[in-house]
Write a protein that binds this ligand. Structure first.
Ligand SMILES: C[S@@+](CC[C@H](N)C(=O)[O-])C[C@H]1O[C@@H](n2cnc3c(N)ncnc32)[C@H](O)[C@@H]1O
Length: 315
């Protein structure tokens, strides 16, 4: 796991990844780069929107089942959270797990992670809180050693849906290899009415658009970019055959942009593909979990069957 990467190394990774993605025939940027300080705050604002059903739906499932998850051995040991963001959902588990001794949130958005970890420390003073600013798609080898405790991994937010199916299975496999004895509680969004999905990713207040466009501002800020934000439109597209919402930034005109000294050309209508959010039926998710070396031992959903929280163990 790339832990505490120096700001210089992180800046190099960002530049190389952005340029590689924007110089492809089909321009694409990993959604992990949407989350700098500004992006993390905008994501929090998205989770408050009426149209953004995933957060409140997952919270309702966690509220109903947190006490049941207390039976997992890791609830009396260490909880590792992947993509912890503001750690708000975590409180539901922390309240239900009085015997938990260690909480290790892992997130790529370092300042946001630090603030969230400080809040958790204040709210749960007997808990050892060990934040790790890292990219969880990198090998987990450099994670700080956990004491000899049972581990529970918490991976909420349907963040697993941001990965291509083969990448999702590979990530689950890496997690399993790093923590083979652990249980994994993972939140996964499900397919549903196309309009509900569309509204969740393209709200009328334009918060999701601002979240998406912040990527261009981030490139301007950190890579001397010359993006004109008004020249790119936020697009959310339901791709039925892939069962995923795609977010794109569409160039409104033929134009060139300079990034870190390189020129990138855009045709009118050309897009940068900035995020996927796959929606998995139970069968589809079971296939990915299985490919990643996990078996589903429990599944909890809401009354509409819009979202599921799975409990997994190594197969
Ligand atoms: C969809 S948000 C979910 C946030 C929160 N867990 C929730 O459920 O509301 C994804 C979170 O994962 C983090 N993230 C995305 N890609 C990551 C990566 N490759 N490594 C570490 N964190 C990542 C983001 O910074 C963000 O906090």
């Amino acid at each position: 796991m790339t832990k505490h990467v120096s700001p210089e190394a992180q800046a190099d990774l960002f530049r190389d990844d952005i340029l590689a993605g924007l110089l492809k025939d089909r321009k694409v940027v990993s959604s992990k780069w949407l989350y700098d300080d500004v992006g993390s705050h905008l994501f929090e604002a998205i989770t408050e929107l009426d149209a953004y059903y995933p957060t409140r739906t997952e919270i309702s499932i966690l509220e109903r089942n947190a006490k049941k998850y207390r039976r997992l051995p890791g609830a009396r040991g260490a909880m590792v959270e992947l993509g912890s963001g503001s750690s708000r959902k975590t409180d539901l588990l922390l309240d239900a797990f009085p015997d938990l001794s260690v909480y290790m949130p892992i997130d790529i958005s370092a300042n946001h992670l630090k603030a969230a970890a400080e809040r958790v420390r204040r709210a749960y003073p007997s808990l050892a809180v060990i934040p790790v600013a890292a990219d969880f798609t990198q090998p987990f080898g450099q994670l700080p050693l956990l004491p000899e405790l049972p581990v529970l991994i918490f991976f909420p937010g349907s963040t697993i849906g941001n990965f291509e199916k083969s990448e999702a299975a590979a990530l689950l496999s890496n997690i399993r290899s790093a923590m083979p004895e652990a249980s994994l509680i993972i939140g996964v969004d499900r397919p549903k009415d196309a309009q509900v999905l569309q509204d969740a990713y393209d709200d009328p207040a334009g918060i999701t658009a601002a979240f998406n466009q912040n990527l261009l501002q981030r490139i301007n800020r950190e890579l001397d970019g010359t993006f004109d934000l008004a020249a790119f439109a936020h697009k959310a597209v339901w791709n039925v055959s892939e069962s995923r919402i795609e977010m794109h930034l569409e160039s409104k005109a033929q134009q060139t942009v300079t990034i870190a000294g390189e020129t990138v050309a855009f045709a009118k209508g050309e897009t940068i593909h900035t995020e996927n959010s796959h929606k998995y039926s139970e069968d589809a998710f079971e296939g990915i979990a299985h490919e990643g070396g996990w078996q589903i031992t429990d599944v909890d959903s809401d009354e509409n069957n819009w979202f599921s929280v799975y409990t997994l163990q190594a197969a």
